[in-house]
Design a protein around this ligand. Structure first.
Ligand code: GTP
Ligand code: MG
Length: 447
């Protein structure tokens, strides 16, 4: 990764037949590339930053395509080096010809993220901006993209607040220690209270990061209930396709099915599970165990029951397993019983998989719960390094508390100072190799 003197090229667009494909070149030979491979009425090298119409040539100056090209003169370019960009017709033949010609000029293919890495080396972007770009590129839903854009500034602000809080407490404690050797017992609770304030802030940060991770993986919803309650039918209706097999026979679904949907810009994962019944076969039992296991891990359980019978016998047994988990009770087969039923103590939604009665309401309810988890204020995407630092800080705060309780205020203060050291290092760069591996390696070739 230390070969910064070579000129590199990479395709910026997706390599497929399309309206347009673009190739970027960066380094000292960019000018060569333009003067040898681009022909126009205007001298492109004398017009930096201007997109110019012309003709693409190959190494033997044969005409290949009508294209547009632009020249950026160092340091006023993305990478900080001389840059040439070629916007060609989206043809495999044209791009192959251009690649070959560039290689003939001694220009090599870029590695993933190498343009951005050079931009970083040349001071064109910091770690913070690079992390932001990485996150934006990784986002899969509009909501995620929006949050990715805000994330880095939010992390910086939160880290700053935490640092500020710790600095204040350290100053306070050091000041007190200058005056008294032994802290009186009655004052100890004040120290502990101060430490708890910091801990709450750090925990909040950790919590927001966890939500960020959850947003990446999706909000998980399990469809759970007895055999024949209509889980697979609802699963199919939610997805708008016949994904799961539906039959009138109890015990149709034997394993867990998973499908991702985007609703209101949020990724929602639905799990169809095997239903339980009184006399389950051996194979069904395995399925039911898996169903319980999956449902326990989900963020929300839709507990389905046949609306004609309500929550009975086995349902109650199954319900006990979920403890405090968020559950929406769903009475199915509304088309078969008409009158609104009421079952003791449980609030429930009535639906019909046949007439789609109640489907909108059910979706709204699911999204209401999901949105609570994905509230913008409470989410942050943090990278692995920051996550490790936050975890470490929480560990140190805990140790600092242990020392306080043992009456060793000096040791607790020293530990808190260590937290400050860690926080100072969040936006400090590691070795170039590490920076490349943690951020730029995942970028695409032309980025
Ligand atoms: N009339 C009516 N029939 C339904 C409704 N929902 C499901 N069914 C029928 O009930 C039977 C069982 O439906 P499934 O969706 O396979 O039920 P399940 O809960 O997945 O069953 P298992 O996979 O065996 O646990 C099928 O014959 C469905 O057509 C509904 O809302 N109304
Ligand atoms: Mg089923």
């Amino acid at each position: 990764m230390d070969d910064f003197s070579s000129t590199i090229y990479g395709e910026m667009t997706f390599p497929a037949k399309s309206a347009l494909r673009a190739v970027r070149v960066s380094g000292a030979l960019s000018k060569n590339a333009l003067s040898k491979l681009f022909k126009a009425n205007m001298v492109i090298l004398e017009n930096p930053g201007r997109l110019i119409n012309g003709i693409l040539l190959d190494s033997r100056r044969r005409e290949i395509d009508f294209i547009m090209a632009v020249y950026f003169k160092a340091p006023k370019s993305y990478t900080g080096e001389d840059v040439a960009e070629f916007f060609c017709h989206g043809s495999t033949g044209v791009i192959s010809s251009l690649s070959k010609s560039l290689e003939n000029l001694g220009i090599r293919r870029a590695k993933n993220g190498e343009f951005s890495f050079r931009a970083y080396i040349n001071g064109k972007m910091g770690i913070k901006e690079a992390s932001k770009i990485k996150r934006i590129m990784d986002s899969e839903t509009p909501y995620e993209a929006q949050l990715s854009f805000l994330s880095e500034d939010k992390i910086e602000k939160e880290i700053f607040n935490l640092k500020d809080e710790i600095t204040k407490v350290v100053a306070l404690w050091e000041g007190r220690l200058d005056f008294v050797e032994d802290v009186p017992k009655e004052n100890k609770s004040v120290w502990i209270k101060e430490l708890k304030r910091i801990k709450a802030k750090a925990e909040n940060l950790q919590e927001m990061a966890k939500r960020g991770e959850k947003l990446k993986s999706g909000f998980k919803v399990a469809l759970f209930g007895r055999t024949n309650s209509g889980k697979s039918s609802l699963f199919n209706n939610l997805l708008g396709k016949e994904r799961a097999i539906v039959t009138p026979h109890p015990g149709t679904t034997r394993d867990v099915l998973e499908e991702k949907l985007e609703i209101d810009g949020l990724p929602i994962l639905f799990y169809d599970t095997a239903g339980a019944r009184k006399k389950s076969l051996k194979i069904e039992k395995k399925g039911i165990e898996r169903a319980i296991e999956v449902a326990k891990k989900c963020d929300l359980v839709l507990f389905l029951f046949d609306g004609r019978y309500g929550i009975i016998g086995k349902d109650k047994e199954l319900l006990k397993m979920f403890g405090a988990k968020r559950i929406i009770f769903v009475a199915t087969k509304k088309d078969l019983y008409g009158e609104k039923r009421s079952y003791p103590k449980k609030e429930f939604i009535e639906i019909s998989n046949k007439t789609y009665y109640g489907m909108d309401l059910l979706t709204k309810k699911i999204m209401k719960v999901a949105k609570m988890d994905f509230d913008k204020k409470g989410i942050m995407f943090i990278d692995g390094k920051t996550k490790e630092i936050v975890d470490e800080i929480l560990k140190i705060i805990k140790e600092s508390g242990d020392f306080l309780r043992k009456g060793n205020e000096v040791a607790s203060t020293d530990l808190l100072k260590r937290c400050l050291f860690y926080l100072d290092n969040i936006y400090k760069s590691d070795s170039l190799e590490e920076v490349y591996d943690t951020i730029f390696k995942d970028f695409c070739i032309g980025k």
